[in-house]
Design a protein around this ligand. Structure first.
Ligand SMILES: [Zn+2]
Length: 404
């Protein structure tokens, strides 16, 4: 599924419907929590008649939307609860006795509620009342492309400031013969191509923004330590600012990379496979990765939607602790260097990780390991070089003075 976001100001009648959906959600959350014995389906069935009579000015599908949104709100709350139980018991205790409250305006519409005719998007408020959104000004080239690829099949979510189109594009992307493995780090992105080419893209402009924000976050925690609510509001604002500054930089980083990728399949680390481990673990390198988690995820998304070939994700576990040549344990005499006692291999950690990721992707795509001569050539290219030590530091902990 491909999502395209289009800025949008809903007309008053649609905006009122969004407010109605929000009040449905906040009302149903309470009702449904008192009947945990009911399945979501049974709860929907039970709430439907009351919703229909209270919100008679809306078409019947809006009651369904309200129930679906309630379900989504409760699911994400439960997910947060589970996560808090794992590593923040104080937060878990605070949350446990409370109920989620929907503050934002959003509705994922039922397919019967909207229709695209040419460049006019028709949304049904009530069988007798419709709003038409003019999309002829939309300049996003991806909108055009996915609309074609999906044969006009899409899901639609509406918020008070944007439209989200979820296109159902065919999942089977064309699988190219060659692939490229990508290892994402805080300060650089290293790639390894099957033809033996290895390269790197500088991500330090992004890590600088994040480092500065991490320090700002700490000082906000200190400055407003009493008022948690206020603190959270300020943090949210700064988080948004961080994203606004980092996202253009991520696009800038993605472009040279996509040139290097060409028509190859992309093999990425599966960040989900590591998130849970990261949240539990401490230690500076893990903290560093956690700091980079959202930007890495975003960069991966940018690459996947711009890619014209298959994108595979592999579990990155052990890519920097296991020798890609002989499988022996790796030692790290310095942060960037990886040596193998067993086969006397001496590698650059990030380049080697990119090779390992490529090799895992190769077995997912083709069910076979890298051909030995290709692996040898890549490992030769990933070898530790004397001038690697002079390559700028991977920006371990954010340092003073690299404020962006
Ligand atoms: Zn080895």
């Amino acid at each position: 599924m491909r999502t395209v976001v289009i800025p949008f100001r809903p007309p008053p009648s649609l905006l009122r419907a969004l407010y109605d959906v929000r009040s449905m959600v906040n009302r149903l959350v309470i009702e449904w929590r008192h009947r945990p014995d009911l399945s979501r389906f049974a709860a929907t069935k039970r709430s439907y008649p009351a919703l229909r009579s209270v919100y008679a000015h809306l078409g019947s599908k809006w009651a369904v939307v309200g129930c679906n949104e309630t379900s989504a709100t409760l699911n994400s709350w439960d997910r947060m609860l589970r996560r808090a139980r794992g590593h923040d018991l104080a937060r878990f205790d605070r949350m446990r006795s409370r109920l989620p409250h929907r503050a934002h305006l959003k509705a994922s519409l039922h397919p019967a509620q909207y229709r695209l005719k040419g460049r006019g998007l028709d949304i049904t408020i009530h069988p007798s009342r419709h709003v038409t959104v003019d999309l002829s000004q939309v300049r996003n080239p991806l909108f055009e492309r996915y609309l074609g690829e999906s044969n006009g099949k899409f899901g639609l979510s509406v918020t008070d400031h944007r439209l989200l189109f979820h296109f159902y594009t065919p999942t089977e992307a064309s699988r190219a013969k060659e692939s490229v493995g990508i290892d994402l780090n805080m300060s650089s992105l290293d790639y390894a191509r099957l033809d033996g080419q290895i390269g790197s893209v500088d991500l330090r402009p992004i890590s600088r923004v994040q480092g500065a924000m991490a320090r700002k976050r700490i000082s906000i925690h200190r400055a407003i330590s009493k008022d948690v609510r206020h603190q959270r509001a300020v943090l949210r604002r700064y988080g948004r600012r961080e994203r606004n500054r980092a996202i253009p930089l991520l696009h800038e980083a993605a472009n040279p990379l996509l040139n290097a990728v060409g028509d190859r399949n992309i093999v990425l680390e599966d960040l989900n496979a590591t998130t849970d481990e990261l949240l539990r673990e401490r230690g500076s390198s893990e903290r560093r990765r956690r700091l980079a988690a959202w930007s890495h995820g975003h960069l991966q998304r940018i690459m996947s939607y711009k890619a014209r070939t298959a994108v595979v994700r592999v579990n990155p576990r052990g890519t920097s602790s296991e020798c890609p040549r002989c499988g022996g344990p790796l030692a790290h005499p310095t942060w960037r260097r990886a040596t193998c006692e067993n086969c006397k291999g001496d590698f650059h950690r990030d380049r080697m990780a990119a090779v390992a990721i490529l090799s895992r992707g190769q077995s997912i795509l083709w069910g076979a390991a890298l051909p030995p001569n290709a692996l040898n050539e890549l490992l030769e290219a990933a070898r530790w070089r004397p001038d690697d030590e002079n390559r700028p530091d991977p920006a371990g902990e954010p340092k003073k003075g690299d404020e962006a």
